[in-house]
Design a protein around this ligand. Structure first.
Ligand code: GDP
Ligand code: MG
Length: 453
């Protein structure tokens, strides 16, 4: 699996700085294979991996991840983004009924989805009405009626009861106009105050102009708030052409991926989303009415990559890294060693910036020692402290204990101060260091260290 192959790659790669092109190419190659295995359209794979490679080349290496892991994280992030990022809910009309039109090839799963969606909405307190505007297939109307009954949702159909007759084994569909049925369905929903109308339409095995025109005519008759394009997740490489044909012929606001319960890794999701830029709203995962889910881009990304385990490893690595850093910092502070004169200087410089806010801060209640510190704040003092610290060698800054008499006079000369000034600074620093130690033990913030007497 991709997981195994990448885990093997991870073992060999460990480097600092920028990701090397070789690292990236090796990983991108595996990703490309995984996407093709998941039946993502070739053109989509090419565009996608190109984008990933570009981003990986320009990205800093994170401390937590090795290069291969980092590329995988980029791939995952990009996948989630192309799949729509956030979960996109159904959009309801300001004035009901909300009209939802289903479009897609024959066998895509529209009628099944109509029932699932109706049930889902009913459970959420809506009062949907289903409309059977597929008069193409002999059994289409009865199929929707069966589905509606199971969902506990009424169905508007051209001829209530049996609308089909059999003559010599040939099933003859009643001659009726699907556009008129859809229009009457809408009028019925308005009259009976259904707040959602779900219109099931006909499809063909392949895309053809007549079918497209019919769907477009129904669309014009009911002016849908959402047109959902239902596509079989197993469709594979045809996904792009089919989605494009429906995007051009009818147009759609969202996608439903059906038959995700099968072997399909869901590459069609990426193909359709990337070619049409439309979000995927729902997934159909079986023949039962309850086999239905709102679509989550992040979960689908893991499924397409077939490496949820690798992704969770990456997540753990990042978390562990953050925790380790925090722990190291706490250790440093607890021992008092971590807080150096450099840190002290940074703190002083921060205070200098705060000096300009002196007035505002002194007006704030409850500032306690902090207020006192700021009131007594003298900018020139910070200048002096800065000059002294700048005149020290790095070794002296790291470990002020080595500052003896001769070092002291050198620093005083360099900073235009006196040996007393230096002693005072070092005393303050020691006090500040002690305070940092207390703070890191959970003693709270004991005022601003290093200031005041
Ligand atoms: P339509 O022609 O687009 O209306 O498609 P249908 O709703 O009639 O579905 C075609 C076939 O696919 C039927 O046999 C359904 O039971 C089946 N089907 C629909 N959705 C799913 C699904 O999510 N999973 C599985 N396994 N079968 C499905
Ligand atoms: Mg159907």
């Amino acid at each position: 699996t991709l997981s195994d192959r990448l885990t093997a790659t991870f073992k060999n790669l460990r480097s600092k700085g920028r990701l090397s092109e070789a690292d990236i190419d090796a990983t991108v190659r595996e990703i490309r294979r995984a996407l093709l295995d998941a039946d993502v359209a070739v053109s989509v794979v090419r565009a996608f991996t190109g984008k990933v490679r570009e981003r990986a080349l320009s990205e800093e290496v994170s401390g937590a991840l090795n290069p291969a892991q980092q590329v995988v994280k980029i791939v995952n992030d990009e996948l989630v983004a192309v799949l729509g990022g956030e979960q996109r809910p159904l959009l309801f009309a300001k004035t009901p009924p909300t009209v939802i039109l289903l479009a897609g090839l024959q066998g895509a799963g529209k009628t099944t989805l109509a029932g699932k969606l109706a049930r889902h909405l009913r459970e959420q307190g809506h009062t949907p009405l289903l409309v059977a505007a597929d008069l193409q297939r002999p059994n289409a109307v009865t199929q929707l009626q069966v589905v509606g009954e199971r969902a506990g949702v009424p169905v508007f159909a051209p001829h209530p009861g049996a609308q089909e007759s059999s003559e010599g084994g040939v099933v003859v569909a009643p001659a009726a106009d699907p556009v008129a049925v859809a229009r009457e369905g809408l009028a019925t929903a308005q009259a009976r105050q259904h707040d959602v109308l779900i219109v099931d339409t006909a499809g063909r095995l392949g895309v053809d102009a007549e079918m497209m025109q019919q769907a477009a005519d129904i669309r014009d008759a009911v002016r849908p708030d959402e047109v959902l394009f239902v596509i079989d997740a197993m469709i594979g490489q045809d996904a792009v052409a089919t989605a494009q044909a429906f995007a051009d012929g009818v147009g759609f606001t969202g996608v439903v991926l059906s038959k995700l319960d099968g072997d399909a890794r869901g590459g069609a999701a990426l193909s359709v989303a990337s070619v049409t830029g439309r979000p995927i709203l729902f997934a159909s995962t079986g023949e039962k009415l309850t086999d239905f889910e709102v679509f989550h881009p992040d979960r689908m990304a893991s499924r397409i990559l077939d490496m949820g385990d690798v992704l969770s490893l990456i997540e753990q690595a990042e978390k562990a890294f953050d925790a380790r850093q925090a722990e190291e910092m706490a250790d440093k502070l607890a021992s008092g060693e971590g807080f150096t004169l450099e840190d002290f200087l940074v703190q002083m410089q921060g205070l200098r910036q705060m000096g300009s806010m002196k007035k505002m801060l002194t007006m704030m209640p409850g500032m306690g020692q902090m207020r006192e510190a700021i009131e007594n704040f003298d900018e020139r003092e910070v200048d002096r402290i800065e000059a002294i610290i700048r005149s020290m060698t790095p070794a002296e800054r790291r470990n002020p204990k080595i500052i003896n008499g001769s070092r002291r006079s050198r620093i005083a000369r360099g900073s235009g101060t006196t040996a007393t000034d230096i002693n005072q600074l070092l005393e303050r620093f020691t006090a500040a260091q002690k305070m940092m130690k207390q703070m890191s033990r959970g003693g709270g913030v004991p005022g601003m260290p290093g200031l005041g007497n």
